[in-house]
Design a protein around this ligand. Structure first.
Ligand code: GLN
Length: 476
């Protein structure tokens, strides 16, 4: 019987011939079938995967040099291009659109001999927090199917949570990797803005979007990050450096860690979550680290700034889905071009996406631009300055990931209430900092929740080392 603990052990078994890639792929395909009701996948690339697994097994048998992700079974979110495969962003407007090329991250996975098993359900155009805004029907949390898995990368999270793949890719514009990781009890990593190429990622808000990783442990996330990060001619916002090592060295070094007082005192935070983060700070102090409070009075400006800036970018990014350049057409009855656009976009986009396009168009409109967009940019600037100051004295910041545990499906009807629950995740996107959610806790209500760690821009190495240390601390 196949079982998976981490990529390193799995690959050792492959190299020793104790297991075959084909066995692993067949195992995951069975798990996907068994868990069909969770609705995590949009499409599964069954026979294609088995074929690829066989080729990789042959490669090994013939002594051919193998890639670093040899045999690793990966799922990807339905916003990441995989050539020749359907990509819809869970939206009717893309119809049966197929990717014309591979996203750079996908190409890097394939170059290192990973196996892509399928693409995953998500909120439409990555807008949402519950994975209920999707043409494919809601994704269910495997720990309690009446609960949401989080969003927008809910399918990718559940694919890892329920053991339907080894690791998966999502995208994180405002928390869409960290928040579902928190709700599902797994690791969710959002790299710094500019660490991973966005080429081939369907754009929501281009100055925030980043591809992220779901895994069951920190080491696997570090390995996948090493592969998918790095220079790319196709994305000028990627950091142009050659070295991209994210080694976890288990150095046992004491860290200086800040917690944001205003975040922990926020009225929206569940008391149990607050108490757990407080006990974590005590544990860290007792373990020889230095943990201290910092004031962060910008907290209540974060969510409004995020929603103004991201909807503005979305209104521009999504203008390309007009039924001519992209998108499924809905022709009117010869009423002209304007009518054609109106019909195509009215029918093609879901309610939440339309809400954001309209909000974004409004905040960019003449007369309102300075009051909203410019003000929000100023907040973004202040956040960047404040975080730079914090990192003069500290190696990392710890925060809750989400103010509550996973909600009941159908519960979140008020969009403003949903937006406000992004309070702890959007900070890292507004500032471009790397952040991770680690599954350390269980609530008395039975659901898991995580702690979020944030470090300096491009300092994923420290982020991952602190993460490994924290995971160990809770194993003890
Ligand atoms: N909840 C956030 C939103 O709806 C998350 C989006 C994301 O990270 N893609 O905007």
């Amino acid at each position: 019987m196949f079982s998976f603990t981490n990529i390193k052990d799995y690959q050792e078994n492959l190299h020793q011939g104790k297991v075959l890639c084909e066995t692993a792929v067949r195992y995951y395909l069975d798990r996907i079938t068994e868990n069909n009701q969770l609705n995590a996948f949009v499409e599964v690339f069954g026979s294609e995967c088995i074929e690829r697994a066989k080729q990789l097994d042959n490669k090994r048998a013939n002594g051919v040099q193998l890639g670093k992700l040899y045999g690793v079974v990966v799922a990807i979110k339905d916003v990441i291009c995989f050539e020749g495969h359907k990509i819809t962003a869970a939206s009717a407007i893309l119809g049966d659109f197929q990717s014309l090329f591979n996203a750079t991250a996908v190409q890097s996975l394939l170059d290192e001999d990973a196996i892509i098993i399928g693409n995953c359900n998500c909120d439409e155009f990555a807008m949402g927090s519950t994975n209920e805004n999707t043409i494919y029907g809601r994704v269910k949390n495997a720990l309690d199917e009446s609960k949401v898995p989080g969003g927008s990368s809910g399918g990718s999270a559940v694919a890892v949570q329920a053991g339907m793949c080894m690791v998966s890719l999502g995208s994180d514009t405002g928390g869409s990797v960290r928040q579902p990781a928190d709700f599902c009890g797994i690791v969710g990593l959002k790299p710094s803005y500019g660490t991973v190429s966005r080429h081939g990622l369907i754009a929501y808000a281009s100055s925030f979007d980043q591809i992220g990783i779901f895994s069951k442990n920190v080491e696997d996330a570090a390995l996948v990050l090493e592969i998918i990060s790095g220079k790319d001619k196709a994305d000028s916002t990627v950091r142009q450096v050659d070295s991209k090592r994210f080694q976890i060295d288990g150095n046992g070094k004491p860290y200086r860690i800040a917690y944001l007082q205003n975040a922990l005192e926020h009225p929206s935070l569940d008391m149990e979550i607050r108490d757990s983060i407080n006990s974590l700070t005590e544990k860290l102090n007792a373990d020889g680290h230095w943990v201290g409070p910092v004031a962060f009075d910008l907290i209540d400006y974060i969510v409004p700034a995020y929603y103004i800036l991201t909807t503005a970018e979305a209104s521009s990014n999504l203008s390309r889905y007009d039924g001519i350049r992209y998108g499924k057409r809905h022709t009117g009855d010869g009423a002209g071009l304007r009518e054609f656009y109106k019909k195509t976009r009215s029918k093609g986009f879901g309610k939440e996406v339309k809400r954001r396009i309209m909000l974004g168009t409004f905040v960019l409109s003449e007369g309102y631009y300075d009051a909203y967009f410019t003000k929000a940019q100023q907040v973004r600037q202040l956040l960047a300055e404040r975080s730079r100051e914090i990192f003069k004295d500290f190696d990392a910041i710890i925060l809750p990931t989400v103010p509550s545990t996973a909600m009941d499906a159908g519960d979140m009807k008020d969009p403003i209430a949903i937006y406000l629950a992004d309070i702890y995740t959007v900070f890292a996107n507004l500032t471009g900092l790397p952040a991770i959610s680690l599954p350390l806790f269980k609530h008395p209500n039975g659901m898991p929740f995580g702690v979020q760690v944030v470090t300096k821009k491009y300092d994923e190495a420290t982020l991952l080392n602190i993460s490994a240390m924290l995971m160990d601390l809770y194993k003890k």
